[in-house]
Design a protein around this ligand. Sequence first.
Ligand SMILES: *[C@@H]1O[C@H](CO)[C@@H](O)[C@H](O)[C@H]1NC(C)=O
Ligand SMILES: *[C@@H]1O[C@H](CO)[C@@H](O)[C@H](O)[C@H]1NC(C)=O
Ligand SMILES: *[C@@H]1O[C@H](CO)[C@@H](O)[C@H](O)[C@H]1NC(C)=O
Ligand SMILES: *[C@@H]1O[C@H](CO)[C@@H](O)[C@H](O)[C@H]1NC(C)=O
Ligand SMILES: *[C@@H]1O[C@H](CO)[C@@H](O)[C@H](O)[C@H]1NC(C)=O
Ligand SMILES: *[C@@H]1O[C@H](CO)[C@@H](O)[C@H](O)[C@H]1NC(C)=O
Ligand SMILES: *[C@@H]1O[C@H](CO)[C@@H](O)[C@H](O)[C@H]1NC(C)=O
Ligand SMILES: *[C@@H]1O[C@H](CO)[C@@H](O)[C@H](O)[C@H]1NC(C)=O
Ligand SMILES: *[C@@H]1O[C@H](CO)[C@@H](O)[C@H](O)[C@H]1NC(C)=O
Ligand SMILES: *[C@@H]1O[C@H](CO)[C@@H](O)[C@H](O)[C@H]1NC(C)=O
Ligand SMILES: *[C@@H]1O[C@H](CO)[C@@H](O)[C@H](O)[C@H]1NC(C)=O
Ligand SMILES: *[C@@H]1O[C@H](CO)[C@@H](O)[C@H](O)[C@H]1NC(C)=O
Length: 703
Amino acid sequence: MAAPSIALATVLLLSLASPATSCSEQEMSSLLQFLAGLSEHNGLSASWRNGTDCCKWEGITCSADGMVIEIFLASRGLEGSISPSLADLSNLQRLNLSYNSFSGGLPSELLTSNIIVLLDVSFNQLSRVLQQNLSSSVPDHRSLQVLNISSNLFTGEFPSILWENKSNLVVLNASNNSFQGWMPSSFCISSTSFAELDLSYNQFSGSIPSGLGKCSALRVLKAGHNNLNRTLPDELFNVSSLEYLSFPDNGLRGILDGAHMMNLRNLAILDLGGNMLHGKIPNSIGQLKRLEELHLENNNMTGELPSTLSNCTNIITIDLKGNNFSGELQKVNFSNLSNLEVLDLLYNNFTGTIPESIYSCSNLIALRLSGNNLHGQLSPRIGNLKSLVFLSLGDNKFTNITNALQILKNCRNLTSLLIGANFKGEAMPEDENFGGFQNLRALSISECSLSGKIPLWLSKLKNLEMLFLQRNQLTGPIPAWIKNLTSLFHLDLSYNNLSGEIPIALMEMPMLTTEITAIHSVFELPVYLGHSLQYRIISTFPKTLDLGHNNFTGAIPHEIIQLKLLAKLNFSFNALSGEIPQQLGNLTNLQILDLSSNHLTGAIPLALNNLHFLSKFNVSHNDLEGPIPSVGQLSTFPSSSFDGNPKLCGTMVARLCGSDEAPPVSVPSTEQSIKRMAFVIAFLTFFGVGVLYDQIVLSRYFG
Ligand SMILES: *[C@@H]1O[C@H](CO)[C@@H](O)[C@H](O)[C@H]1NC(C)=O
Ligand SMILES: *[C@@H]1O[C@H](CO)[C@@H](O)[C@H](O)[C@H]1NC(C)=O
Ligand SMILES: *[C@@H]1O[C@H](CO)[C@@H](O)[C@H](O)[C@H]1NC(C)=O
Ligand SMILES: *[C@@H]1O[C@H](CO)[C@@H](O)[C@H](O)[C@H]1NC(C)=O
Ligand SMILES: *[C@@H]1O[C@H](CO)[C@@H](O)[C@H](O)[C@H]1NC(C)=O
Ligand SMILES: *[C@@H]1O[C@H](CO)[C@@H](O)[C@H](O)[C@H]1NC(C)=O
Ligand SMILES: *[C@@H]1O[C@H](CO)[C@@H](O)[C@H](O)[C@H]1NC(C)=O
Ligand SMILES: *[C@@H]1O[C@H](CO)[C@@H](O)[C@H](O)[C@H]1NC(C)=O
Ligand SMILES: *[C@@H]1O[C@H](CO)[C@@H](O)[C@H](O)[C@H]1NC(C)=O
Ligand SMILES: *[C@@H]1O[C@H](CO)[C@@H](O)[C@H](O)[C@H]1NC(C)=O
Ligand SMILES: *[C@@H]1O[C@H](CO)[C@@H](O)[C@H](O)[C@H]1NC(C)=O
Ligand SMILES: *[C@@H]1O[C@H](CO)[C@@H](O)[C@H](O)[C@H]1NC(C)=O
């Protein structure tokens, strides 16, 4: 009984004792000066009142003897400047002002304080370090250990005050600013315990300083997304404490030196993607026993994968896409890599078959081998990959699609299956009773020159959102069950030999007719479409109906008015006849409308001027007649949009209209142009979640 009651008494004593020691007049005054520097205090003054105990103010923590030791005002909606008066708080150890809107300068008094241990001003709008007159300052700012100035607006050379004389500095994060010039290097001359440096997302140029090799305690080094364009200094590889080495998206040159690399035996993450490295992956990679992530994508590396890669038994992610690696994957025994979750070898020059040992990687979630020279039939053992969600094998020389689909239906968790540009000239499996694929959301079997019809088994893929069957040799009609695919919003059937009329069923596709809240499911790997768009979120793909380059006949159904959500409609290069339905003018989300090279007759409906978001429009090579609108949205397109219609008239095609055809009157064209421009921007921001991707090598194939 005695011990608890003593403890209780102590607690009581302490809680009674604390009010007795309230903060000093002087400290309160320093804090009030800080408050006075705010242009927006967002209600902070309600508790920060002159004359009350500042130890009880919001965000303030005091020591037992009433000295302010911590200020925590992160995410508090504060604006204005940071007063140097905070440096007068003689016991302040931790100052966290992150995630506000502080602007102007960061007072150097805070950086040269001999008390502050942790200073976090990240995510503000600070633009410079306010250099005070340093004569009076302490020569050794021994206290500071953690300094975070990331995500501000700092520019210019990296000021030495951020690290000089800080003999205990452990962590420095200056990422996401606009620092320029040479990357600073002498941190470790000041502080032997320096362990974490993040300079990513700045504009540092030149070389990675060899001085970093002196940092014997450095664990994390990140300087991605700068302009570092020399070779990796040898000295860097002396830092055997390194666990995280990350320089993606710079212009680094040279090779990975095997003899040096093996020193980094603690390395867990190596990210050198998006540089200009060449040469091979050294055999000594196998000595990096702790390696979990290897990113060498988008370089110019060559050679075979070293067999020693299988010694990296902790590896989780291997990303080597966009290089020139070659040889057989068989060289690596993947069965040792039981932790492997992501293997991305997109766009290289690997040959041979898929190594059987990959099928032992039961934790594999995403496997992308597209854009190589692999051949053979899929092994039934791929069904062992029960965790597989994303599989992309496109643009290789795989054979036997019937076999492939029969096997893959056992990968129950598969949501993305991209196997196009293989199986050249085979037949589309039709009669198979494919029971699987319940979770499939994206399916690409494009560019295979497959013969046959659109197969019935597709009707069972209830979760399918995107279907790519373009560039095959499919014949027959579009089946009426197409509308049973209630999640489908992107259908590409172009470049086939499909025939018959455009079915009314197609006009009833739920995802194109009714606003359904999109599920923001993401691809496990970003996929590339065309030259420059990279997609991660499935629903950001444009809602598309592409039936171009087939043999469809009959009229465009008026029911097309139901496809309200459609962004891209392509019926070009078919044998459609009749008039362009007025109802197309009601599809106000349309951005691309291509009806060219058909047998359409009659006038261009003026209602199409309502399509304010239209950025591409083509009705050329039909048999249209009458005037081309000289005002409005349609007048903003070039004459090539209307060519090849001998009976069309107007200034656009340099053919005068008869006087009986009065030009229609509509909204002034300048306003239309502005709206169109607004669309182009909107398109780039919304669909452009696809980030511009300037690697030519990635433009070959959707995968
Ligand atoms: C706080 O109050 C004291 C005494 O009432 C006064 O001398 C001082 O100027 C006040 N400080 C501020 C910042 O208003
Ligand atoms: C500062 O506060 C933010 C928000 O709570 C937190 O995320 C961050 O880790 C803190 N900074 C430091 C260095 O502890
Ligand atoms: C620093 O010195 C300059 C002149 O050398 C002077 O103009 C400035 O006011 C001084 N700043 C401070 C904060 O004392
Ligand atoms: C590195 O970049 C700088 C400026 O950004 C440039 O002057 C220099 O020529 C580049 N060096 C190499 C090797 O490309
Ligand atoms: C990539 O390497 C090849 C030779 O291996 C060379 O011809 C080519 O210029 C290099 N490309 C770049 C972008 O450095
Ligand atoms: C590394 O891999 C090679 C080839 O796979 C193998 O012969 C060697 O025994 C492995 N070394 C270690 C230390 O595991
Ligand atoms: C790919 O490898 C094959 C055979 O190994 C070779 O003939 C071909 O030139 C290579 N292609 C490229 C682009 O390097
Ligand atoms: C398959 O997906 C389900 C639901 O997302 C998940 O619970 C299950 O663990 C996954 N199976 C494997 C083998 O990853
Ligand atoms: C293709 O696969 C199927 C099913 O596995 C098999 O019956 C058939 O023999 C294979 N065809 C060829 C040409 O290998
Ligand atoms: C399509 O759905 C309708 C009604 O929901 C059903 O009667 C029909 O059998 C389905 N067709 C196919 C091919 O699944
Ligand atoms: C298109 O269909 C028509 C009749 O439906 C047929 O006569 C013609 O040969 C087909 N054209 C092609 C290129 O398949
Ligand atoms: C289609 O557009 C026309 C003209 O803009 C309008 O009068 C009509 O009500 C619209 N129809 C529907 C169903 O929205």
